[in-house]
Design a protein. Structure first.
Length: 571
């Protein structure tokens, strides 16, 4: 491995092409409808600026950026935030944990949490790995990963060595899933490139710039099987939870690629979780679960390896959801400014096709290099919308970006918000959302959750060298809604991988329970449904990760439910 250890940290990426980078950014169109989001960062007490470390050396992880986690760290049913820096381990810039108070503001609870450390941090993944009812946290870094067990009360303990998780590569996105359906959450880690910091890279104008991933070979993803508690043996102390590296045995460690995004769900219809990996400038992977502990890459045969033009674009973030309400999960992947973000629609089950053009997605007011992205019904009209955060990876004419350090101005771009007008077709409503889309940033992470408990999905954004921002959903004419948390009492945790279908006014809508997705981020695992004018829900169906299907009775809309395995009627 050429990748230097965590002490040699700073870095910066650059995807494939600088085409069009010298053109001036387009002006923002005038707003034509009410805004969906307002920036409440200062109001709720978040004061965090992502530190990418010293500039000028053009090392890759700086431009790759960092993500965040939105999760309930202390069990009080209020969502908290974990925000990270990308710095040297001895830096004074330490990661922060913000706990939400009853009044909706946040307090910095980093000191004594066990999470206030410094390092070249990339992403976050949340999942209850020891089935104690408390969500644990994994942080990916350049040169490793760190697992923190939740001790309760907002306190965490580093259990990386104890758990036996070793990942010496450049880890980016990660996800927890129960791939073998034994009730314990396993870990999938996406790795990027075998970076050599001694390699100089130049931009289109011959000036020094961040390297493209094509300058280095890709690396393999890793899969770690959760063994549960491990008793003491042979002089080795007992472990609260232990993991076994099954990357090679499972097959996922046999094919390298410059991986950045990940999404886990049953994407073939056989009831077993599969793994989609977005690669940066190389064919994507769809690791199909063979139900015997192994996986096969079937991305090409199932239609998600390449775009409709047979190209491998620069895949960064992944947003997945049923965009046309046909009961099948579709996938949206962000790319470079001079490419087009791709929508792969599923149908028939287990097969995908590039439907980007017919969805209206290319007809946006401007293009950006997309990273974090999310599918959610922001206006509750019954159709899932798209949000994405943008930021270049090669220099261009600077856009207005007040407060952004001058070095980073040539990489700043505006974020975008795309409304689903029905049937999986979209229109750009960015101009009507100046808080979210009017300010340029080097956007990277985008996480979701109902932060204020009003039933609507809010957003958290991280940006290189910029402040983390909290956007409250203020859409004025929202329809009705339902939120569902699904818990398996046998394992005392959220049922990652469960499929939830809500029927209201004759329309069925599907959501999959997961915290992973977007880009380097972890979001709330509570599934959210916009219901439009329907004031009541007729039924809720849950297909649990082990295949059990249950139906739960209907209820009035505009409420949050917690459903437990075994309490519904079997279907």
């Amino acid at each position: 491995m050429k990748l230097v250890p965590a002490l040699t940290w700073l870095i910066a990426l650059g995807s494939t092409s600088a085409a069009g980078c010298s053109s001036a950014p387009p002006p923002a169109p005038a707003a034509t409808s009410p805004a969906w989001f307002e920036d409440v960062t200062d109001r709720v007490g978040i004061n965090f600026v992502v530190d990418p470390g010293p500039v000028g050396s053009y090392r890759m992880p700086q431009i790759v950026g960092t993500g965040c986690a939105v999760f309930d760290c202390d069990g009080d049913s209020r969502l908290d935030l974990y925000l990270m820096h990308n710095v040297a381990p001895d830096s004074a810039s330490r990661n922060r944990l913000y706990r939400q108070r009853p009044d909706g503001t946040f307090e910095d609870a980093s000191a004594g949490s066990g999470l206030d450390f410094a390092g070249p941090c990339m992403g976050a993944a949340v999942g209850d790995v020891d089935n104690d009812g408390r969500p644990d946290l994994l942080v990916t870094l350049v040169g490793g990963v760190r697992l923190f067990l939740n001790l309760g009360g907002g306190k965490f303990a580093d259990a990386s060595a104890e758990a036996g998780i070793r990942n010496p590569g450049w880890a980016t996105s990660a996800a927890f899933l129960d791939y073998n359906r034994d009730g314990r959450l396993d870990l999938f880690v996406v790795n990027y490139v075998d970076y050599d910091p001694s390699v100089p890279c130049l931009g289109a104008g011959g000036e020094k710039d961040f390297c493209s991933p094509k300058s280095f070979p890709g690396t393999v993803s890793r899969l770690f099987r959760n063994r549960g508690p491990v008793p003491a043996a042979g002089g080795r102390p007992a472990a609260r939870v232990g993991f076994e590296d099954v990357s090679v045995l499972s097959g996922v460690g046999t094919l390298p690629g410059p991986g950045l995004g990940v999404y886990c769900a049953d994407l073939t219809g056989d009831g077993w979780p599969d793994v989609f990996v977005a690669n940066d400038g190389a064919p994507n992977r769809l690791w199909v679960n063979q139900r015997d502990g192994t996986f096969k890459d079937e991305a090409a045969s199932r239609g998600v390896a390449y775009t409709i033009m047979g190209q491998a674009f620069a895949g960064m973030g992944v947003a997945a959801g049923d965009l046309d309400n046909d009961g099948l999960v579709d996938m949206y992947v962000t790319h470079l400014s001079n490419e087009t973000n791709t929508l792969w629609k599923q149908g028939p089950r287990g097969m995908f096709s590039d439907r980007t053009a017919e969805s209206g997605l290319p007809a946006t007011d401007w293009r950006g290099t997309g990273f974090g992205t999310a599918v959610a019904d922001f206006d509750h009209d019954g159709w899932s919308d798209l949000a994405l955060v943008n930021g270049r990876v090669v220099k261009a004419n600077p856009e207005p970006a007040p407060g952004l350090p001058g070095f980073w101005a040539p990489y700043a771009q505006r974020n975008q918000l795309l409304a689903n007008t029905g049937g999986g077709r979209f229109k750009d409503v960015s101009a009507a959302n100046p808080a979210f889309s009017g300010r340029s940033n080097v956007g990277r992470g985008l996480a979701c959750g109902d932060l204020d408990g009003d039933g609507a999905v809010d957003l958290v954004v991280t940006a290189t060298a910029g402040p983390a921002r909290v956007y409250r959903n203020v859409c004025p004419d929202r329809g009705h809604w339902l939120q569902v948390r699904v818990v398996d009492p046998r394992w005392n945790r959220d049922a990652y991988g469960a499929e939830v279908t809500v029927t209201a006014a004759g329309q069925r809508r599907l959501r999959v329970v997961t915290a992973a997705g977007s880009y380097l981020c972890s979001s709330s695992p509570v599934v959210h449904f916009g219901l439009g004018p329907a004031a009541a829900v007729d039924a809720v169906e849950v297909t649990w990760p082990d295949g059990l299907a249950e139906q739960f009775p209907g209820c009035p809309a505009d409420r949050a439910l917690t459903l437990r395995r075994g309490e519904g009627a079997r279907r």
